[in-house]
Design a protein around this ligand. Structure first.
Ligand SMILES: [Zn+2]
Length: 806
């Protein structure tokens, strides 16, 4: 290991441990924790010198800590002559510079030696402000220049400003990106890694046993997933067809009506995860078996034979807060039992979900995180790699969730499968040296020897060539992924965006400096919504027939109710063979039949009279087309009936109307994936919405018309979403462009708009006539920007006055 010539010691409040930074004289620095120091104190003959050094430093820092009135104190010492303990002076070095850090309105002076480097400065600032170094954003000068490792600290004197990440709204991924980009940082990480490995050598052999004891039991568990009885039971408890339909519909919404097997399998797995999350329940304290009310834990009980039979060696006992009855909560380990109880904590969730994945033929692993969490990984043929799936969270392919999102201090993350065990920690961290310093149970080589021998044992009976190839690929992936950003958008919906077709290129938009709104990290997405326009047209025809023939309101409602029950019957039928009969209350004149046919066509259905004279409606084409369109028709018929009920006769709002614009491309300033994807605003379904996570005080959505058509915008609808009224838009401007988005004209402006209820559709007429091939909604404010950072819209419809092919 490199020997440092100076050390800094401080107390890290969040990690509750002493931290030591040493510099090696070449400007390089490395960090280690006091745990390392602790291990250093074990007899290691050639390092006795350092042991003394560290002990003295710790004492110094402790002393400083107890004296410092803020609870932190800076201990600093330098070794002038390596190897001569007596020369090691525990004194403060000369101050080279004074900075004034302004933070939250207060000015904090810091005495700082510019030779100490940027990291030390950051920790000094940490000791004064409690903003962790990772979250600090330092700026200087009038122009708020960001201070980095490369900045000339000597040139920057007073006037340093600190903005913590939370205050400055700088997203964390950026700092990670920087981490991945800087060579110096990389070198430092490698250095730290080297040191952590060095300290691990002092581990005893007993650790290997402990490591084995943690991993072994899970091997038996994953072997249970191979049992045909358990697999069959699992498959039987799943509404397979429903999940399959959802998988196909989610692909269709991306424009993929003919998915490959790998695409379909991948999509099915994600829908299985969503279904599982909804069907399983989380237990903190179970409800009372007797009266169903709240209980309190009273300790552990002895397991009954019926409980141990399903692997419940631990039974928690709860007493009802009302009737005093005792409720048992056996922690079952057998997934067969969990298929029935469908409840538990993360252990039960991951156990049961992993069985489901195996039961549907996915290559599956149970992932054991030694810091007390369990989840699943499946091999996605589509992505060509292992994919993280957390059933408790319903989150997939987001392996940095724990370290970044939960701030978890990971150490070992081990994958356990029927055909091998594997250390996958590196997939879940971007702070490998830090993780390494926490891997204290055993040495890396002992752990690796154990894992490979266990893999060998498990692999007897499998052809291992393919598996070895996959292992090699994964190893490469884990190593290379360690310093790079994970592209989580890969597995998210809509990844094949319409960029190619959209000539208004992203770079073109971004270079338009007047328009700072153009900056977006979202891809351009294509709206798959021709069916919505077709359904609107069919209903608009039906409604015009009513006016022309002076059909009474009562009769019209009755007819609509008949239609509705037809749709409900169709929805209830299995999606691959939908079929339903129209009850005969409808007056089926030639004209009505024609309109019905149009409606059926819009839903990819066909109608024919059966021998009994009843009209039978069945699938005409791709069943997925019908699956996609049916919810739209159902929402629509509900809304029309509601409008009839509310308004009398001709005062009813003209909805739906003709000339709805479809098949365009959408780009939003932001979107919440996967639930608030931008195209959801145009899919005709009220239950889906566009959600802009940072849109409360301004955001935008661009709509580019397809096929180089130009339209005059006649009117548009906005519908409030399912919940959170504070996120409703209240002020906005609609603009149009006839050059694909380079220049804009204001078409409409609205202020103080209020949506009184959920799913309320409001229509706005546009008075300005301008032929456009792109439209832009600039949302200026939501209803209550103080209560939310988000904006959401259930539906947007654009209607044209005229269509001209250019
Ligand atoms: Zn009770």
């Amino acid at each position: 290991m490199a020997v440092a010539d100076s050390w800094h010691v401080w107390w890290h409040r969040r990690q509750h441990q002493w931290l030591v930074v040493g510099g090696n004289g070449n400007g390089g620095r490395h960090r280690m924790t006091a745990d390392c120091c602790d291990r250093l104190m074990r007899p290691a003959d050639d390092d006795v010198d350092q042991v003394w050094t560290m002990m003295r430093l710790l004492l110094l820092a402790l002393l400083g800590w107890s004296l410092g009135n803020q609870g932190y104190h800076w201990g600093c010492a330098h070794r002038r002559d390596q190897g001569r303990r007596s020369e090691f002076a525990a004194s403060k070095k000369m101050v080279a510079r004074r900075f004034v850090v302004s933070y939250n309105g207060t000015e904090l002076p810091i005495d700082y030696d510019t030779e100490d480097g940027f990291e030390v400065l950051k920790f000094q600032i940490f000791s004064l402000t409690s903003v962790p170094p990772d979250e600090q954003k330092l700026t200087a000068g009038d122009r708020d220049i960001l201070i980095t490792e490369e900045s000339d600290l000597v040139a920057i004197s007073e006037g340093l400003r600190l903005v913590s990440i939370e205050d400055g709204a700088v997203e964390k991924p950026e700092s990670f990106q920087q981490l991945g980009q800087s060579d110096e940082e990389l070198a430092r990480m490698l250095q730290a890694e080297e040191e952590a490995l060095f300290f691990q050598q002092f581990q005893s052999n007993e650790g290997t046993k402990e490591f084995e004891q943690r991993v072994r039991p899970y091997v038996d568990r994953v072997l249970q997933y191979e049992d045909p009885v358990r697999q069959e039971a699992a498959r039987k408890s799943v509404p397979v067809e429903e999940i399959q339909e959802k998988a196909l519909v989610s692909l269709a919404k991306e424009g993929n009506f003919k998915p490959s097997k790998d695409e379909e399998d991948h999509s099915f797995l994600l829908q299985l995860l969503i279904w599982f999350k909804q069907s399983f329940s989380w237990v903190n304290s179970p409800p009372c078996d007797n009266c169903g009310r709240a209980t309190s834990n009273i300790g552990m009980g002895a397991p009954l034979p019926s409980e141990t039979m399903f692997g419940a060696s631990r039974v928690e006992l709860y007493r009802c807060n009302f009737c005093s009855c005792i409720t048992r909560f056996p922690r079952y380990n057998d997934p067969l039992k969990l298929l029935e109880t469908r409840r538990g904590r993360c252990g039960e969730w991951a156990n049961c979900f992993t069985l489901y994945c195996r039961a549907f033929g996915y290559e599956t692993r149970l992932i054991l995180d030694f810091t007390d969490h369990v989840w699943t990984e499946c091999f996605s043929n589509l992505l060509g790699r292992w994919m993280h799936l957390d059933p408790c969270e319903g989150i997939y392919d987001n392996p940095l969730l724990y370290e970044r999102g939960w701030n978890k201090k990971l150490n070992y993350v081990i994958a356990i499968a029927r055909d091998g065990v594997c250390d996958v920690t590196k997939r879940y961290t971007r702070k490998w040296p830090e993780v390494l310093s926490r891997r204290k149970i055993t040495t890396e080589s002992s752990a690796s020897v154990f894992l490979s021998s266990l893999t060998k044992e498990l692999r007897a009976g499998y052809s291992s060539k393919l598996l070895e190839h996959r292992d090699m690929k994964e190893l490469e992936e884990l190593e290379s992924g360690l310093h790079t950003q994970v592209d989580s958008s890969l597995s998210l919906p809509g990844r094949q965006s319409g960029d190619v077709e959209w000539r208004m290129a992203r770079c073109e938009l971004d270079s338009n400096e007047q328009n700072s709104l153009s900056i977006s990290s979202c891809p351009v997405r294509k709206c798959v919504d021709v069916h919505v326009t077709n359904i609107y047209n069919a209903f608009a025809l039906l409604l015009s027939f009513r006016y022309e023939n002076a059909i009474s309101k009562g009769e019209a409602i009755a007819a609509l109710q008949t239609l509705k029950s037809l749709f409900v019957d169709l929805r209830a039928a299995p999606f691959k063979e939908r079929k339903a009969f129209l009850s005969s209350t409808l007056r089926l004149s030639e004209e009505v039949l024609f309109y019905l046919k149009e409606l059926c066509k819009a839903l990819s259905l066909k109608d024919q009279f059966g021998s009994d004279g009843r009209l039978c409606v069945s699938l005409a084409d791709d069943p997925v087309q019908t699956s996609l369109a049916l919810p739209v028709a159902l929402d629509l018929v509900d809304e029309i009936i509601e409008n009839f009920d509310k308004h009398c006769g001709k005062d009813a709002p003209q909805f739906p109307t003709f000339d709805r614009i479809s098949s365009g491309f959408v780009l939003a300033s932001g979107e919440e994936l996967p639930v608030g994807i931008s195209t959801s605003a145009f899919d005709g379904s009220r239950m889906t919405k566009w959600e802009e996570p940072n849109g409360a005080k301004g955001c935008w959505l661009l709509y580019k018309v397809a096929n180089d058509q130009r339209f005059v915008l006649k009117s548009y609808d906005l519908m409030s979403a399912n919940d959170a009224p504070e996120r409703d838009p209240m002020e906005w401007v609609v603009e149009g462009s006839n050059d694909g988005g380079l220049s804009w004209t204001i078409l409409d402006k609205r202020i103080s708009q209020l949506f009184e209820k959920r799913f309320q559709r409001r229509s706005f007429r546009v008075e300005i006539t301008s032929l456009c091939n792109a439209f832009r909604f600039n949302f200026i404010s939501v209803r209550d920007p103080n209560a939310t950072s988000r904006l959401q819209i259930g539906s947007i419809n654009l209607y044209s006055k005229a269509s001209i092919k250019s």
